[in-house]
Design a protein around this ligand. Structure first.
Ligand code: PBG
Length: 323
């Protein structure tokens, strides 16, 4: 045998020498759930180790993350049912929980990178990402709400705005509103290829944001399709997105690779709540070892993602697996 691939695996030094991809703390974005009130830290049932924080505790959490080199956060609000309405007006109301949270983080930790989520569902009495009329999701009317929400996030200090709603034309619409208000420096991380996935279950539990009727299949993508992701990516690029995101991550590694190979923008992978719950449950049962966590994060980097939104972000740094 002339060729023996095992020679390149014979020692840790050589294995490390030829390692093609790495995960570093700089790649990670940590999603954090927030609730109103004081001194709240409530674990999400289906996501062990993940909590809903009131703003005071959110600041403590952000501080402890910054100390270990985890610098980017994606915030999601759990909104009281009584504050929800058909038009998600709570999403841009002055003084609302979410805007206060953004301001508090940026005021206390200007160096933290705050990613904000633009979508109606946490504030919608219908639990949808758009305005519902006669069981239909209205696209263009929804853009107006998303525009107000995005502008409010920018005014509160958001570094990156991430529209997760999947309405047509929202990246261009939001870019235009931000620019005409002087927020040309605020970035847009588009949920480019967001699939109608059952993997969002634990997130919807965390926020109480599940659709009251129907599903999200008229706006989120069909899990059977990949070419459609190219159409979405092309539009997002033309409309001024700074990042393209693929979501969920693990069942859509081929889509990450597809966008990576066809577009020059950085690709973000969202390792969603259900993916987290799945690994945590198997680990807790002793069915899988903890090593699956790094193997999963590496797979996103190998597929071509630059950044990873993951609920594992803090633990992998704390455990010393990621630096
Ligand atoms: C809402 C939104 C969802 C997630 C992020 N933003 C859920 C949904 O579309 O129903 C899911 C994140 C996760 O599951 O971790 N627009």
């Amino acid at each position: 045998m002339l060729k023996r691939p095992r020679r390149n695996r014979k020692s840790p030094v050589i294995r490390n020498m030829i390692q093609e991809t790495h995960v570093s703390a700089a790649n990670l974005i940590f999603p954090l759930f927030i609730v109103d009130g004081e001194n709240q830290k409530v674990e999400v049932k289906s996501m062990p180790g993940i909590y809903r924080y009131s703003i005071d505790n959110l600041l403590r959490e952000v501080e402890s993350c910054l100390k270990i080199g985890l610098n980017a956060f994606d915030l999601f609000p759990a909104v009281e049912e009584a504050l929800k309405d058909k038009y998600a007006t709570e999403s841009y109301r002055e003084g609302t929980l979410y805007l206060r949270a953004i301001e508090a983080v940026k005021k206390n930790f200007p160096e933290a990178c705050v990613v904000t989520d633009v979508a109606m569902d946490p504030y919608s009495s219908d639990g949808h990402d758009g305005i519902v009329k006669n069981s239909e999701i209205l696209n263009d009317e929804t853009l107006e709400v998303l525009g107000k929400m995005a502008l409010a996030h920018a005014q509160s200090g958001a570094d990156i705005i991430a529209p997760s709603d999947m309405m047509d034309g929202r990246i261009g619409y939001i870019r235009e509103i931000l620019d005409s208000n002087g927020y040309t420096d605020v970035s847009l991380m588009s949920y480019t290829a967001k699939y109608a996935s059952a993997y969002y279950g634990p997130f919807r539990d965390a926020l109480g944001s599940a659709p009251k009727n129907g599903d999200k299949k008229t706006y989120q993508m069909n899990p059977a399709n990949s070419r459609e992701a190219l159409i979405e990516a092309q539009l997002d690029m033309e409309e001024g997105a700074d990042f393209l995101m693929v979501k969920p991550g693990l069942p859509y590694l081929d889509i990450i690779k597809l966008l990576h190979d066809n577009f020059d923008l950085p690709i973000a992978a969202y390792n969603v709540s259900g993916e987290y719950a799945m690994l945590k449950a198997a680990i807790a049962n002793g069915w899988l070892s903890e090593a699956v966590i790094m193997e999963t994060l590496l797979s996103f980097r190998r597929a071509g993602a630059t950044s990873i939104l993951t609920y594992h972000a803090k633990e992998v740094i704390e455990k010393g697996w990621v630096k």
